[in-house]
Design a protein around this ligand. Structure first.
Ligand code: DGY
Length: 336
């Protein structure tokens, strides 16, 4: 990474269409190259773009690794639009001395709301019933039709108990649910109490949950954290919700379990290899599917974009927080 020359105009690249006011905020400090189309780029295209800028505001589809950074002498900062940053190879960024930032906290409550939207929709068969109604099948109410499973009073399991997991847990009190969770480490007692949640091991969580919400980060260890063996350990009536990342669930194994009645239903916002969705999932009625929109409220997406811009401005040595981006991922790079 080169040092910052405050007299030299800096250039930043915004890889996805973004709110105009956020682009305008960046333009107060930088020459801004802002994309107006949401395109997928090859590693070569990404490499070429990043070679000509001092900073970049990237989306989760932009995968930055050592190969993409090879030979780059100019880039100093990447602001990622999302709390998850599995698209960034942090070791490669550290080696290149590039600061990376993410957007935690501002999306916690919206994502937790959405976990509940998927849980309720999947458990109560909302999407399937609507499709059926729209197709003109409703001829009158049959008392024994469209039976589903309750959410209130049931056992809620949460796998991954960071900020979003805790926000999901807090909402369960309104549904009178017993909440269990599994995490790398148990929460401090006061947080457990605030969430009214009990720490259990993963086999117990899988076995006992009526509804299981996945909120863990995508790391190599978490790939297929829910695969065929884990699905086999769950109740055949259970509802699984994934708002975390594609790849945490083995989508082929999930589709088989849903098709064969070994799992009740699923609500999925993220997919292995998205935007592609496993063809078997598309054929099933007991799964609610959405296109990675858990954080997509207007307020939250604006807050994420604004935080990403503040991070980029500060990481490139501008603005009131020059040198101190609000939410760095690799703060050790800043210290150098
Ligand atoms: C995140 O922040 O990681 C979400 O998945 C993007 O909305």
């Amino acid at each position: 990474m080169g040092t910052i020359d405050m007299n030299h105009p800096q250039r930043v690249w915004v890889s996805r269409p973004l709110f105009p006011e956020v682009v305008a905020k960046l333009a107060e400090h930088f020459e801004v190259l802002a994309e107006s189309e949401d395109q997928r780029r090859s590693p070569e295209q990404l490499r070429a773009k990043l070679a000509e800028v001092d900073g970049a505001l990237l989306g989760l589809a932009d995968r930055v690794d050592a190969a993409v950074l090879a030979g780059n002498r100019r880039l100093k900062a990447i602001a990622n639009l999302g709390v998850g940053y599995n698209n960034l190879d942090i070791d490669a960024l550290n080696a290149a001395g590039i600061v990376a930032t993410n957007t935690p906290d501002v999306l916690t409550e919206s994502v937790a709301d959405y976990a509940w939207a998927l849980l309720l929709a999947a458990a109560r068969r909302v999407s399937a019933a609507e499709r059926w109604l729209r197709a003109g099948h409703w001829q009158g109410m049959r008392f024994d039709d469209w039976l589903s499973v309750d959410v209130h009073g049931k056992a809620l399991g949460i796998l991954g108990m960071g900020r979003i997991g805790q926000a999901v847990a807090r909402r369960a009190a309104g549904f009178g649910m017993a909440v269990s969770y599994h995490n790398r480490r148990p929460l401090p007692a006061e947080l457990e109490q605030a969430c009214r949640a009990r720490y259990v091991d993963k086999p117990t969580l899988l076995r006992e949950s009526d509804h299981l919400v996945l909120v863990l980060p995508f790391t190599p260890e978490n790939r297929h954290a829910i695969g065929a063996p884990e699905l086999a350990a769950m109740k055949p009536t259970a509802v699984l919700v994934n708002i975390a990342r594609g790849g945490i669930v083995d989508d082929a194994a999930l589709a088989a379990a849903l098709r064969e009645g070994r799992l009740g239903a699923a609500g999925l916002d993220v997919f292995e290899g998205e935007p592609a969705v496993h063809a078997d999932l598309l054929k099933l009625d007991n799964v609610v599917l959405s296109p990675h929109i858990a954080s997509a409220t207007a307020d939250t997406r604006r807050a994420m974009a604004s935080l990403a811009a503040d991070n980029l401005i500060a990481a490139l040595g501008r603005g009131p927080r020059a040198g101190r981006p609000p939410t760095p991922i690799n703060p050790a790079v800043l210290a150098k």
